[in-house]
Design a protein around this ligand. Structure first.
Ligand SMILES: Cc1cc2nc3c(=O)[nH]c(=O)nc-3n(C[C@H](O)[C@H](O)[C@H](O)COP(=O)(O)OP(=O)(O)OC[C@H]3O[C@@H](n4cnc5c(N)ncnc54)[C@H](O)[C@@H]3O)c2cc1C
Length: 386
């Protein structure tokens, strides 16, 4: 007879929801008794599907289309504990939330990234990594008739390496549809050397050509120095450049959540270092998945922070925890294979994927099918989980 185990899942975002669901599905029941209690710790009541935010920027989604009530994941065996996680002790596998301490047998950390303002950007533009920012950007876009639009990457690393490229191409497409493209320009500033360098030269060159074909000015190696309404200052190759803009959307600065830094789970990268195959941390029965982790691909490149990987890692960890509870060997490994879809506007998209460890990724030619695949991914996320 297996004794019921408690699994603490920190974060009810993409990785956390997938972990809880998979464990619940695989664990099985014993004479109607659930063999595991899964506690999901989450501060937000509404669960947002962030990959759809770029559509929201151009008015293709409303808030209610891309979020749902997290309580819908509560089933027999899954319980959500709402509130800010106040502290985490990986040694004793325990968490404090709302002043109450919870102890578990396993812990899966999936708290994502903490967003922060950078050099005053929050006063100059719209953070399209939040639903409020994406929505406010769209409101301004509705009134935009001519002028200059900037998409700015605050700092590296940032989650979803495709998002700023996708944002600039969707904005371009919106301007064309509304016959204002010839009275406007779109510029993308990034500290990156080249688009998605971890994906290899072919993918990078392909994205640069795409931007060029759409007349989007791409400014790589631009470090933001200062931002104020209507004005951005960058450092590029030792030179200071000042430019003015009418409308600005930006990716925020990303950090590992403070509560996890304080828990001693963070390595020299500033993120949680895990075993790249099992996602285990240095603490027994404590795993970390998704955006909060750092997996080094080479000396200079890390695995991108993306929902596809958070989900893949969740399924590996869930499987291995269930096997362990049943007294069996862990038999699943994370292989860093995957693909994600880059929306390009005009109802087209292309997929970028392959084995991320070999940096030998492929970009599929842009097509309407990939655009529909991206829509299907969004719909199936909600259909499967809520
Ligand atoms: C604009 C945009 C576009 C994107 N596009 C894509 C795409 O096309 N493809 C793709 O694969 N990925 C995409 N992503 C990335 C994807 O959303 C993330 O990689 C994914 O959500 C990571 O999952 P996670 O579980 O690690 O973190 P998250 O989904 O961010 O979940 C973390 C959860 O932890 C909670 N939390 C944090 N701190 C605390 C605390 N102290 N107490 C309680 N709760 C806490 C948060 O509220 C959050 O719900 C995109 C992201 C953005 C912003």
């Amino acid at each position: 007879m297996i004794m019921g185990k408690t699994i603490l899942v920190l974060g009810g975002g993409i990785g956390g929801i997938r972990t809880a669901r998979e464990i619940n599905k695989m664990i099985g029941n014993d004479e109607d008794a659930t063999l595991a209690k899964i506690l999901v710790f989450e501060k937000e009541k509404a669960s947002l599907f962030a990959p759809s935010l770029t559509w929201m920027m151009v008015g293709r989604r409303e808030t209610y289309d891309i979020q749902d009530d997290l309580s819908k994941i509560e089933l027999s065996g899954i319980e959500v504990v709402y509130g800010d996680i106040e502290s985490v002790d990986p040694e004793s596998i325990s968490v404090v939330s709302n002043g109450k301490s919870y102890k578990g047998d396993y812990m899966v950390v999936s708290l994502g990234t903490e967003q922060a303002d950078y050099k005053g950007l929050s006063k100059a533009g719209h953070n399209f990594y939040t639903s409020e920012g994406a929505k406010n950007f769209h409101k301004k876009l509705l009134r935009f008739k001519k002028g200059r639009i900037a998409i700015v990457v605050s700092t590296m690393p940032f989650k979803s390496p495709v998002a700023p490229y996708e944002a600039s191409m969707l904005v371009d497409s919106y301007l064309r549809e509304n016959d204002i493209r010839e009275h406007s320009d779109v510029t993308l500033f990034s500290p990156e050397k080249t688009p998605m360098s971890f994906a290899g030269k072919e993918v990078s060159e392909n994205i640069k050509s795409l931007l060029e074909s759409k007349d989007i000015t791409y400014c790589p190696e631009h470090e933001l120095e200062a931002a104020e309404p209507g004005k951005l200052t960058f450092k590029n190759n030792g030179e200071t450049k000042e430019t003015s803009f009418d409308l600005i959307a930006y990716t925020p600065h990303h950090e590992c959540p403070a509560v996890i830094k304080e828990a001693g789970l963070v390595g020299s990268s500033g993120w949680v270092e895990v075993n790249e195959k099992t996602l285990s941390t240095k603490f027994k029965n404590v795993y970390a998945i998704g955006d909060i982790t750092n997996i080094q691909l080479s000396d200079d490149e890390s695995l991108p922070k993306a929902g596809v990987f958070a989900q893949y890692q969740a399924s590996v960890v869930a499987n291995n925890i269930v096997k362990d509870i049943h007294g069996k060997e862990a038999d699943k490994e994370f292989e860093a294979k995957g693909k994600y879809i880059l929306e390009q506007g005009d109802g087209k998209a292309s997929s970028i994927g392959g084995n991320f460890y070999s940096a030998d990724l492929e970009i599929k030619e842009s097509s309407a099918i990939q655009h529909w695949v991206k829509i299907l991914q969004e719909k199936s996320w909600f259909a499967k989980n809520f």
